[in-house]
Design a protein around this ligand. Structure first.
Ligand code: SF4
Length: 320
C-alpha cells in the first residue's frame, strides 16, 4: 500500500505538510466536500487565517464568509470555537485531547492524530469502509454499529504503525481512485492479491448498504429585484434578507428573499435549478422584477460586497 501510495498519490496542497493547523483545516473541509471543490477554499482560508491565532481572534462572520459556498456551516462554527479553545490551552497532544475539541469526531481525530502527530490510529471514512469490506469480503450492512466496529478493528489491524498518516491516506486514496463504488479498477490495485472479494467475484456487491430513502422535493421561489426608481444609488445591487441569529441552520447568513413575501408582486421567471442537501432536493425558481414598494427588513448589497458577507449557497448559485 505504501509503495503504491508513494508512487501514485495525487498532488494535493495538504499533503505537502504535517503542520497541525493545516492538516486540521483540510480534514474539517474534507468532511463533506469533494477534494477538487475543497482545494480553492483551503488555499483562500489559509491566506485569510494563516495560523490558529488569527482564526481564534477573527469575528465569526469573517470565518463564515470564508466558508461561504462550502455548505455545512456548523463545520466552520465548530472550527472557530475549537480555534479559540486551542488558542487558550495549546494544541492537543494526542487522539484523546483531539476528541475533546468541537467538531472533531473519531474519524477526524484519527486522521489528524496519524497525519500530524504520527500516532497509530486508523481513520475510517466511507472510502476506507469500502476497501476494508472488499478486502475481507465482509457482507455486513454498513450502517450497523457492529459492522462498523468490525471494519474499524480490521482497518486498525491493517494500519502500518511506522507511517500511520501515510497509510491512512493510502487507504483513502485507494478508495477514492481505484477501489471506487461501482467499477473498482482491480487490475490497477496494489493489494488485489490479498482481496477476498476479488477472489470471490463479489467486489461490485460490497459494501452492503440499505436502500436510501428517496429525496424529498422542496419548492423554493426566490425574488431578485432589478431596480428601484426611488434610489438610483442601488441600481445593480441585490436586496438580501438575513437569517435570525437563533436559527438552527445558517444563523446570520444572508439570502435572497422568498417570493411569497410579496403577494401581488409580478416577476419574470429567470432561471430554475436544483440544489440537493442530504435528502432534500430544493427545486429553485429565480424570479426577476421591479422592486416592490414595501420591503421587509434587509439590505442592498453591491456586487463587490457579496464576496465579503456570509451568503447561503442557494442564493450564491441563484445570483450566479
Ligand atoms: Fe478494491 Fe478490487 Fe483492490 Fe479488492 S482488488 S481492494 S475490490 S480495487
Amino acid at each position: 500500500m505504501l509503495r503504491w501510495y508513494d508512487r501514485a498519490k495525487r498532488d494535493l496542497p495538504w499533503r505537502v505538510t504535517r503542520d497541525f493547523y493545516r492538516v486540521w483545516i483540510s480534514e474539517i473541509m474534507l468532511q463533506q466536500t469533494r477534494v477538487e471543490a475543497a482545494i480553492p477554499y483551503y488555499e483562500r482560508f489559509l491566506a485569510l487565517f494563516p495560523d490558529v491565532e488569527s482564526l481564534a481572534v477573527a469575528p465569526e462572520p469573517d470565518v463564515l464568509t470564508a466558508w461561504s459556498g462550502l455548505g455545512y456551516y456548523s463545520r466552520a462554527r465548530n472550527l472557530h470555537r475549537a480555534a479559540k479553545q486551542v488558542g487558550a490551552t495549546g494544541y492537543p497532544a494526542d487522539y484523546e485531547q483531539l476528541s475533546g475539541l468541537p467538531g472533531i469526531g473519531p474519524y477526524t481525530a484519527a486522521a489528524i492524530a496519524s497525519i500530524a502527530l504520527g500516532q497509530p490510529f486508523a481513520a475510517v471514512d466511507g472510502n476506507v469502509i469500502r476497501v476494508v469490506s472488499r478486502l475481507a469480503n465482509d457482507p455486513g450492512e454498513v450502517s450497523s454499529p457492529l459492522t462498523r466496529q468490525r471494519f474499524s478493528r480490521e482497518a486498525q489491524r491493517l494500519l502500518d504503525p511506522r507511517r500511520p498518516g501515510d497509510f491512512n491516506q493510502a487507504m483513502m486514496e485507494l478508495g477514492a481512485t481505484v477501489c471506487v463504488p461501482r467499477s473498482p479498477d482491480c487490475g490497477l490495485c496494489p493489494v488485489a492479491r490479498f482481496c477476498a472479494a476479488r477472489a470471490a467475484g463479489t467486489e461490485r456487491e460490497l459494501p452492503v448498504k440499505l436502500k436510501k430513502t428517496a429525496a424529498r422535493d422542496v419548492k423554493v421561489d426566490l425574488a431578485v429585484f432589478t431596480g428601484c426608481n426611488e434610489s438610483p444609488a442601488i441600481a445593480g445591487s441585490v436586496f438580501l434578507v438575513q437569517r435570525a441569529p437563533d436559527e438552527r441552520r445558517l444563523a446570520g447568513f444572508w439570502e435572497l428573499p422568498q417570493k411569497n413575501l410579496f403577494p401581488g408582486w409580478r416577476g419574470r421567471r429567470a432561471k430554475e435549478f436544483v440544489h440537493q442537501i442530504v435528502n432534500d432536493r430544493f427545486r429553485i425558481t429565480v424570479w426577476r422584477g421591479l422592486t416592490p414598494k414595501a420591503l421587509p427588513s434587509g439590505r442592498w448589497f453591491g456586487p463587490a460586497d457579496l464576496a465579503a458577507i456570509p451568503l447561503t449557497t442557494i442564493s450564491r448559485k441563484a445570483l450566479q
